[in-house]
Structure formats: C-alpha cells, structure tokens
Design a protein around this ligand. Structure first.
Ligand code: ZN
Length: 287
C-alpha cells in the first residue's frame, strides 16, 4: 500500500469505530492530571492583542501581531487540537501562527509543541538548553526532575534565542528573559500590548517551583548550581517590566483568575519561588 492508501484505510477504520486514528504526536500523557491541567477554559483576551487559548491549569498565550500570530507554550500532547480550536474560536487562523515560544522542555508545557508545529508550520523558539532538550523529548541530564524520566514528542526543528534578545513580528516585540532553575533552559517572555494609547507590559513567566525527582538534593554540588540559577531567575523576575503576569501553571500567578494584573505580580512570583526554595533547602539540611 502507498501512504495515501494507508491514510484512507485509517480514516475508514476511524469512521467505523468512532475513534480518531492514533497520532503519535498527540498521544495522551499524564491522563491522571488531565482534569486539573486541561480543565476546559474559554479563550479570553488578557489585554490588547494578547489572549489566553489554553486551559484552567496550564496556560497557553496568543499574541496577534497584525502580521501573524505568536503562541507561547503548548501544554500536553493531547492538548494541541484543543489549543488550535481555541485559536479558531477567537476568529484567528491556526495557519497564521508563525512562532511558538517555549518556557521549558517538560511534557506539561512542551508536550504539544511537535503536533502544533506540524499542524501550523510554525517555528518553535527556545533557549539553547531548552532547544537541546526539546530535540530529544526528554529531561536534560542535569535537570532536577531527570529521575521522572517522562518522555514527550521531540521537536525536530527549534530555533535558539539568547537571554535579552528580541523577537519581532508585525507590531509585537517579544523579549526573551532567561529564568533558569526549574530547568536549566527555562525562559520567560515579555512584551507590550496596547489598547489605543493604553499599554501594558505583559510577562509569561516560566515555572519557578523547586521540584525535583526522588533522591535529588539541591544541597548537593550539582544542586548548588541549580540554586545559583534560581537566584538569576529571581533577579530577572524582579526587574522585568511587568503589569500583567501569566504563569505557565495558571494558579501560580497569585491571582484568582488565569492571570494577575498587578505591578507587583512578577516580584510576588519571585518571592514565592524564593520562599519555596528556602524551605526546600532547610528541609534537606535537617534530613
Ligand atoms: Zn516543569
């Protein structure tokens, strides 16, 4: 059979069983967390031409630049079709997504990247270390969570962006802000969105929670390098222009809703991470 015949056969099979054919790039992961992470949420405008097209638990942002769309993060693999449905619900065309920015190479934020890149033709962009892990679809060797060994669909083509560099598309300028610690390559993204003359600095903050695999110690020599990274992330979060904070895990923004609209939101996010890290170090020292 040629590939076309196989596709037709799969479609016929799907029609007969009522199920969609198995797609390796959207194969469900972490189904036990799905109700929480992928809790259905209506797409919503954050400010100006910035929207949320993700879920109750995991954030996915959309920026309309006037010359194409930018998406930030991709949630779990099985989330990809739902994200594109939310983009369409806002009246945008999924094929107009030009870039997908990644905050961290973990399955809960990067799992859907491969499917979204394939289905839209968009270019995935990440830090150098983020890109390295995305291409393998697994945790980096020096990731505090490497012990979990959760694999996700690898992203073959990833463009690298450095800390402080700007990505320009249409009327949007998105600045990459390295916020390492949770992963070595974690990157937050900052841009301005306007409604008429009124503008807001918006930050999509990467995860800053100090979680680790079984037996990992932040007080070990390798862990101390990670702690030093966290300090860099906290410093970056403290100075980034920030009127509105969207966090990779929605509930960590400190707001009741899906984002926090407060000039202190980013600093509060850094403080919460600092406290959690201090508690974790303290616990390890008393073990
Ligand atoms: Zn993570």
């Amino acid at each position: 059979m040629n590939p076309g015949t196989i596709l037709l056969a799969a479609a016929a099979l799907a029609g007969a069983s009522g199920q969609t054919p198995d797609d390796p790039l959207t194969r469900p992961m972490a189904v036990e967390r799905e109700a929480e992470w992928l809790a259905p949420a209506e797409p919503v405008r954050v400010f100006g031409k910035t929207y949320l097209v993700g879920f109750g638990g995991l954030s996915v942002a959309l920026i309309d630049t006037g010359a194409g769309l930018i998406l930030i993060d991709a949630a779990l693999p099985q989330a990809a079709p739902k994200i594109l449905a939310n983009v369409a619900k806002l009246g945008f065309r999924p094929h107009d997504i030009k870039y997908i920015l990644s905050t961290e190479p973990h399955f809960d934020h990067a799992g859907g990247l491969a499917a979204l890149a394939r289905d839209t033709g968009a270019t995935v962009i990440a830090s150098a270390r983020g890109a390295q892990a995305l291409r393998t679809g697994r945790f980096a060797a020096d990731d505090p969570q490497v012990g979990y060994n959760a694999r996700f669909p690898p992203v073959r083509n990833v463009r690298v962006i450095n800390d402080g560099a700007q990505l320009k598309l249409g009327d949007a300028v998105v600045t990459a802000r390295a916020t390492p610690g949770h992963t070595v390559g974690s990157m937050s993204w900052a841009w301005r969105s306007c409604e008429g003359r009124s503008c807001r600095n918006i930050v999509f903050g990467s995860s800053l929670n100090p979680v680790a695999g079984k037996g990992y110690r932040f007080t070990s020599p390798a862990g101390q390098a990670v702690v030093a990274n966290y300090r860099r992330a906290h410093a970056a979060m403290n100075v980034v222009p920030c009127d509105i904070l969207i966090t990779a895990h929605a509930e960590q923004s400190g707001a009741n809703g899906r984002f926090a609209a407060s000039p202190d939101a980013c600093r509060a996010y850094a403080r919460a991470s600092q406290r959690a890290l201090a508690a974790r170090l303290d616990k390890e020292r008393h073990q």
